[in-house]
Structures are given as structure tokens and as C-alpha cells.
Design a protein around this ligand. Sequence first.
Ligand code: SF4
Length: 194
Amino acid sequence: MTQDCRRLKFVSAFFFFPMRSFLARLGIRYDISGIANAYYQDDFDRIPAAEKAVVLPHCLIGEECKARFSKDEGILCVKCKNCRCGEIRTLCEEAGWQFYISPSTNFTKRLVQRKKIRAAVGGACDFEIAKGIRSTPITLKGVRLKRRKVIPQVIVTARYDCLQNDIDWELLKRIILEGAGGAMERGGGRCAEP
Ligand code: SF4
């Protein structure tokens, strides 16, 4: 698909988003995060590694998490292996990306300013995605988080659960290793409910 087609799909998808329940009753469903990911993927891949970040939601950390909390950097993973965040942290360190686990959306917005992040991949549930679309300016150049525009890639979490959630970890790894374009070509983006 050309970038012009992706742009048209992107603009239409966000225009019709408030009517999604009505459209769903007519049998028209669309994957808003998949459409946005496809539109932003080339720009995402052009951002230098040091200005890219994985920002994971706290709902992905393990029950026996050994992390500490930092007011500046959020949840500091110590790679205790009780969840897969440590593995992702290692991959980010090797690739020269930034890595964070955020306790809240507002924290993420401040983090992006402090760390000068220009592109970020993260996980979010459908509820948070819908809330973000209603409250955050989304433009053709990225998502405006306070004074900064960030090019996003979003992986939808398995469910709406703040304690024991899951994402498509293999897709996240491919985005870090192969870029968003390469990873999305092979599909994914939504974690199946176990
Ligand atoms: S791997 Fe990191 S985030 Fe996961 S439970 Fe251990 S310290 Fe917490």
C-alpha cells in the first residue's frame, strides 16, 4: 500500500472513530491502532535509535516484581525474570534505544519531555487507546504529548486489566530488531486472549 493510501485510511479512520459503535452495528469494524501504526511506521523507523524508546505500561510487570521506582524514570526493571520486561530492556540496551516502564499516562507524557523521546512503541488496552484518542491531539506528524510530537507504534494488550496483562512480545522484539515496517509486514499487533 502506498503512503498516500495509508494517509487516506488514517484520516478517515480518525474522522469516523466517534461513530465506531454505530459502524460496528453495520458490520464495519476497523483496527484503529493497526491503521495508525501502518501510517506512522516509515517515520518511526527514520528516528535515530537514541531518540526512540520502548515505554511499557505497568500492567505488564510480574507479580513478584523486584523493581524500584524512580520519580525520573518510572519503574526500574532489574531483569528478575518474573516477566518479559527484562528481556525487552536488554534488547533496548543492545540496540541503543531507551527503555521505560511507566506507572501512568501522565507520567509517560512528562517522561517524553524529559528524555527528549521522538518515537515510542508501547502497549495499551482498547480502553486507554480510546481515551487517548479523545484527549490527545493526533496529527499526521505524530501524537502531541504536551510540547512534543512523538511518532507512535502501539501494541494492543490482551485485555483491560491493570494487574496481569500481556502483549505480543514477539512483535515488540521484531520492532526493535527489524524496525516497525519490517515487523508489521509480518502481521501482529494484538495479543490473543489466553
Ligand atoms: S523482569 Fe523487571 S519488570 Fe519484570 S518483574 Fe522483574 S524487575 Fe519487574
